[in-house]
Design a protein around this ligand. Structure first.
Ligand SMILES: C[S@@+](CC[C@H](N)C(=O)[O-])C[C@H]1O[C@@H](n2cnc3c(N)ncnc32)[C@H](O)[C@@H]1O
Length: 226
């Protein structure tokens, strides 16, 4: 088995054009702001059930900073899909993955498409990571779609932009819409159990604009085992 996409979208949206045009600069900015370290530190602190048979999705991977943080945390799943709307960002991501000596870049597959129409079968992934992406879409639709492709009992590490001064500046620069925290909680609970809500230390730049919700896909009613 492999998490091979059923189909790939080729339609170009405003958001895709925007990220295609800034991919390289955006990537440089991310390399220096410590996001990768913050993500790695947080993921290392979790007891994630990820092994050599696991499938992982970085939903809205951009240039791959979260995928790399995940690898830095020591996880080596069977396949990681770096999924994004922006083909150019995925090109940059692929180059970054190849530069890494400690990882096998062949086990990371960049796939282009829309997070609202994931080209994967139901219950495909053991873990989904998603950082700064659902601000571009309807939260309910995005979380529902991610829940669809996640296995029951699997985790979603959801890293939304939090309402804050820095968040508002990013909202303006990157043309997205921050979801109010109460909506994040309410809609998350429609599809998942909230098992954690992490605040990054304010000494880490990631703490200025992001928080983390650790979500677990609900078991269907009346099922007792995984
Ligand atoms: C702020 S960047 C975050 C990238 C990466 N997760 C990170 O933390 O560096 C937002 C990313 O979401 C992607 N994106 C926006 N809307 C999307 C959609 N509907 N489907 C897939 N990706 C999308 C953009 O192309 C961009 O790469």
């Amino acid at each position: 088995m492999s998490a091979v996409p059923k189909k790939a979208s080729t339609e170009k949206t405003k958001t895709q054009s925007f990220y295609d045009s800034i991919a390289e600069v955006h990537n440089l900015a991310l390399r220096v702001n410590g996001y990768r370290k913050s993500v790695a530190k947080y993921l290392r602190s979790l007891d994630l059930d990820i092994g050599a048979d696991s499938f992982v999705l970085d939903g809205g991977s951009g240039t791959g900073i979260v995928t790399l943080g995940f690898q830095d945390a020591g996880f080596r799943p069977r396949q990681t899909i770096a999924f994004d709307l922006s083909a150019k960002s995925l090109h940059v991501a692929r180059d970054e993955f190849k530069k890494e000596k400690k990882i096998d870049h062949k086990l990371i597959s960049p796939v282009q498409g829309n997070i609202l129409d994931l080209p994967f079968a139901d219950d495909t992934f053991d873990l989904i990571l998603s950082c700064g992406v659902l601000e571009y879409v309807t939260l309910d639709h995005g979380l529902r779609e991610m829940s669809r492709v996640l296995k029951v009992g699997g985790k979603l590490v959801f890293i939304p932009v939090k309402p804050s001064l820095v968040g508002s500046v990013l909202e303006f620069l990157y043309k997205f819409k921050i979801h109010p925290v109460e909506n994040v909680r309410k809609i998350s609970q429609k599809y998942f159990k909230i098992v954690g809500n992490h605040k990054f230390p304010i000494s880490e730049p990631m703490g200025w604009s992001k928080s983390i919700f650790l979500l677990e896909k609900n078991r269907p009613p009346n099922s007792k085992t995984r």
